[in-house]
Design a protein around this ligand. Structure first.
Ligand code: HAM
Length: 419
């Protein structure tokens, strides 16, 4: 029996890799425009890093991590997200001392042992960005502006930006108490998970999809009404900047994130097009995280998008790289001339294909069609003798006669590109 891939771990096949390259290239372009540099960190980290950052009582740490002991008996984990590793690197290499402001981006695979379904996988890919060193609400707005511009450049207008503030260690305890008191009165209506989490992570009840919990938490106290004056002013300023840059958003006071490190501004880009998996990108501020991991008190904010989910939203859009020219050949001399013409045209940056399978002329034309070549030419004895060739534009069949040399053919093919 042949060996198959592990459940929830997917191959990226050529039909889809164009989508991914477009997403990655667009992200690099937008991030660079906003002054971000790339960082690459390991896929495997010490388990403790994720327990201390994401939080012991989160679903990710409680249920979803790929954790194993290596041969030396160390507990290691395949990273379930990118922020923890990037902050570990920031501390380990003292990047905060080299520059008070660090703007970093990353892309790569993450691993969570969730139940696979459309848009949810066990190995999935994130593209993320993190800024450390700035507590100013302007940075929150800049990150949100960048996320919004990224989706604009991807041509995706549908995901809606929702924002919330989760307060800070000064105001969240009082909110938590108010919420726990509210939930205590509705104990019987809550699911087992939410009842269990009341002591450890009561905010998760606001995010629970079980219908009884959704109903029971209607009218629950809102974090936004419990913000201390500093958090309130911070959140108001973020919204002021978003207004100034005309970034569309809506408030979602029920948004709680599945990771414990968040403070103040949190956000999600949500879509109605992916069924149960509504978040395409998400992030927020994490002012205490670097200190919690043993570094200095450096504030931070960032986000990550799910590449698979963005690719699903791009849907049927074609990113296929079809050749500029297919050179069909008849006879050995033409084959040699076609090969050298191909080499010269490729050196000029054109995408050129020729026959490599010894196909008949008809077979070669079928291949040119399949590849959706923009232009096609047939080189045979006649063309070699005259040193001229008929160049056919495949879209409309228009033919022109050009000299059989790389400069003339390149000029005709690129000149035709804009028509
Ligand atoms: P997150 O909300 O856990 O946040 O994940 C971010 C995005 O990753 C989600 O919105 C979703 O698009 C994608 N994603 C998550 N899990 C899966 C999955 N099982 N399959 C497919 N896609 C998935 C974080 O990970 C934070 N580190 C984001 C952040 C960066 N916050 C601050 N900085």
């Amino acid at each position: 029996m042949s060996i198959t891939a592990i459940k929830g771990f997917n191959d990226l096949l050529p039909a889809e890799s164009g989508h991914w390259q477009f997403i990655e290239q667009t992200a690099r372009k937008v991030f660079t425009r906003f002054g971000f540099s790339e960082i690459r960190v390991p896929i495997v980290e010490k388990t403790e890093l994720f327990c201390r950052s994401i939080g012991d009582t989160t679903d990710i740490v409680e249920k979803e991590m790929y954790t194993f002991n290596d041969k030396g008996g160390n507990s290691l984990t395949l990273r379930p997200e990118g922020t923890a590793g990037v902050m570990r690197a920031l501390i380990e290499h003292k990047l905060y001392a080299l520059d008070s402001l660090n703007k970093l981006y990353y892309m790569g695979p993450m691993f969570r042992h969730e139940r696979p379904q459309k848009g949810r996988y066990r190995q999935f890919h994130q593209i993320g960005a993190e800024v450390t060193g700035a507590a100013d609400p302007l940075i929150d707005a800049q990150v949100l502006l960048m996320v919004s511009r990224l989706f604009q450049e991807l041509g995706l207008t549908e995901p809606q930006l929702q924002i919330n503030s989760l307060g800070c260690p000064a105001c969240r305890p009082a909110y938590r108490e108010a919420l726990v008191a509210f939930l205590a009165e509705r104990q019987d209506a809550l699911c087992e998970d939410c009842r269990r989490r009341q002591a450890t992570n009561p905010l998760r009840a606001l995010d629970c999809k079980v219908p009884g919990c959704v109903e029971a938490t209607k009218g629950a106290p809102s974090m936004l009404e419990h913000l201390c004056s500093d958090c309130d002013a911070h959140f108001a300023a973020v919204q002021g900047y978003l207004g100034a840059a005309a970034v569309p958003y809506s408030l979602n006071p029920r948004m709680v994130r599945g990771l414990d490190y968040y403070t103040r501004t949190t956000f999600e880009l949500v879509t109605g097009l992916l069924g149960a998996q509504s978040a395409v990108a998400a992030g927020g501020r994490y002012d205490g995280l670097v200190e919690q991991l043993g570094g200095p008190a450096v504030p931070g904010i960032g986000f990550a998008l799910g590449v698979e989910r963005v690719a699903l939203l791009l849907g049927d859009r074609s990113f296929a790289q079809s050749p500029d020219l297919f050179i069909a050949v008849m006879g050995d001399a033409a084959r040699l001339a076609g090969f050298s013409l191909m080499a010269a045209l490729q050196d000029q940056g054109l995408r050129v294909e020729t026959d490599v399978e010894g196909k008949s002329l008809k077979g070669q034309m079928r291949r040119a069609d399949k590849l959706q070549a923009r232009y096609c030419m047939v080189v045979g004895e006649d063309e070699l003798a005259k040193q001229s060739v008929s160049l056919k534009r495949m879209a409309d069949g228009e033919q022109q006669t050009v000299q059989l040399d790389a400069v003339a053919v390149a000029a005709a093919v690129t000149g035709g590109a804009s028509t």
